[in-house]
Design a protein around this ligand. Structure first.
Ligand SMILES: CC(C)=CCC/C(C)=C/CC/C(C)=C/C=C/C(C)=C/C=C/C=C(C)/C=C/C=C(C)/C=C/C=C(C)/C=C/CC(C)(C)O
Ligand SMILES: C[S@@+](CC[C@H](N)C(=O)[O-])C[C@H]1O[C@@H](n2cnc3c(N)ncnc32)[C@H](O)[C@@H]1O
Length: 398
């Protein structure tokens, strides 16, 4: 039973005070907007009003839509867990390019058949799989994307760390920094001398970044013409997955990468395996303080600034600006807060993620541009990508 449930609905006056002290003048547009929202909230808070809205055929769909929205928020963690479990069983790969029965899937997933049926029914309700017959399962659109993208599957699997850190979110949001698993996973956010980190601390995050780069690189290459440059430096380029993608798309582009020594070693190996050793130069160092090569006409920072607090971002950008020839283009690409649905979803997710990581922020385009201007970059502008969920681009000149 809801609080304050009453038998009959009586609309309350819109002229009720805005707040106890009424600080917002009723005559301003803002005052009117606040009064309207307060009045609206008071009606919705009334169970009698909600019952009325649910009974009237013309408003029932709105009431149900609002209820479904709240239910989805309340129970979304169960959806994520079903997705996580389907991913862990290997269901999406099993169904890629074929239809299978419940019994066949139960054997392959090592599940009792009735439990397999139960899981498949929930996966169907969540639009991950669909039925090709009474007992024949295939991938729905989201399942097909997951079957094709190893990076997405790895990211879902990586969420087991995030779930453990989010077990009690209160210290994450209240305190400056908490001891979390993610803070250890992203080892460079802890150390004063990240350049001394051994391979064992960079290997897990570097592999995740390599795997999850495919969809992001496709999005960035579709959104920004890197063919206009002659030489590109990927700062914090990880194992070179983005460099490889951009190099394959633009065969004339000279390639450089800068990352911490242990990561740079891994980049050399991966670029050599991709046949790009002769076309690329890999530099090792700390991008906060060490000299960064200044001879490229484009420098990319893909998923770099978001990892760091504002002071550290200023250090990175100021150090970079000091090395670059005037006119060098800097391309910042990462998830940014913004008005599109994708950018809003990304901002909510990354805001929690960075709290657990103990460093960084999902910034708006305006915040990124301000940081670039503070460091001496000019003529900044933003470019909307094909998928704002994954990244927005801000371009500026040294
Ligand atoms: C074929 C016929 C007849 C009809 C087709 C109908 C049609 C048009 C269907 C549309 C099909 C389509 C184009 C689907 C596209 C789907 C896409 C692009 C889905 C993309 C999903 C992306 C997701 C879910 C991304 C998730 C990303 C996450 C969770 C990223 C996490 C990143 C982290 C933790 C990064 C860490 C690095 C750090 C620390 C932030 O720096
Ligand atoms: C989130 S990852 C992004 C990797 C890659 N750009 C991508 O999008 O896949 C951040 C990268 O920055 C590198 N990094 C962090 N701190 C650094 C520092 N102080 N100097 C150089 N590289 C650093 C990390 O080693 C890692 O490869």
């Amino acid at each position: 039973m809801s609080e304050g449930s009453g038998s009959g609905f009586k609309a309350r006056s819109i002229a009720a005070p805005v707040t106890a002290g009424d600080p917002v003048a009723a005559t301003t547009m803002q005052g009117l907007a606040v009064r309207w929202r307060l009045w609206r909230s008071r009606q919705i808070a009334s169970p009698a009003f909600r019952n009325l809205m649910s009974r009237l055929p013309l408003t029932r769909w709105i009431a149900n839509r609002k209820a479904n929205h709240l239910f989805r928020l309340t129970t979304g963690f169960v959806h994520s867990q079903i997705l996580w479990l389907c991913n862990e069983t290997g269901l999406f790969q099993m169904l890629s390019d074929k239809a299978l029965t419940t019994a066949e899937l139960a054997v392959q997933c090592d599940f009792p058949q009735d439990r397999m049926q139960l899981l498949l029914e929930q996966a169907e309700r969540l639009d991950l799989v669909c039925r090709a017959g009474p007992d024949l399962w295939m991938l729905a659109d989201a399942g097909a994307v997951l079957a094709a993208d190893r990076g997405l599957r790895e990211m879902i699997r990586h969420h087991d760390i995030l779930y453990r850190d989010l077990g009690d979110p209160r210290p994450l949001w209240r305190e400056a920094a908490s001891e979390t698993e993610l803070r250890h996973y992203w080892a460079y956010v802890r150390g004063n001398r990240p350049e001394d980190m051994p391979d064992v601390s960079v290997a897990p995050y570097s592999a995740l970044m390599r795997e999850s780069q495919a969809m992001l690189a496709d999005c960035l290459l579709a959104s920004h013409d890197f063919g206009r440059y002659t030489s590109l430096l990927d700062l914090g380029g990880g194992e070179g997955a983005f460099l490889r993608a951009v190099g394959e798309r633009h065969p004339a582009l000279k390639l450089q990468l800068f990352d911490l020594p242990a990561v740079a070693d891994r980049a050399r190996q991966h670029l050599a395996l991709s046949g790009l050793a002769d076309r690329s130069r890999v530099h090792a160092g700390n991008f906060v303080a060490d000299p960064v090569p200044g001879d490229a006409d484009c420098v990319t920072l893909v998923r770099i600034l978001c990892d760091h607090d504002d002071d550290r971002v200023r250090q990175i950008l100021t150090n970079l600006r000091g090395q670059l020839a005037p006119g060098t283009t800097v391309v910042v690409a990462e998830a940014m807060a913004g008005p599109t649905e994708g950018a809003r979803l990304a901002a909510v997710y990354f805001s929690a993620y960075f709290r657990a990581m103990g460093s960084g922020r999902c910034r708006s385009v305006a915040e990124i541009r301000d940081l670039l201007h503070d460091a001496g970059f000019r003529n900044s502008r933003h470019e909307i990508t094909t998928n704002p969920l994954l990244a927005t681009i801000v371009v500026a000149e040294a």
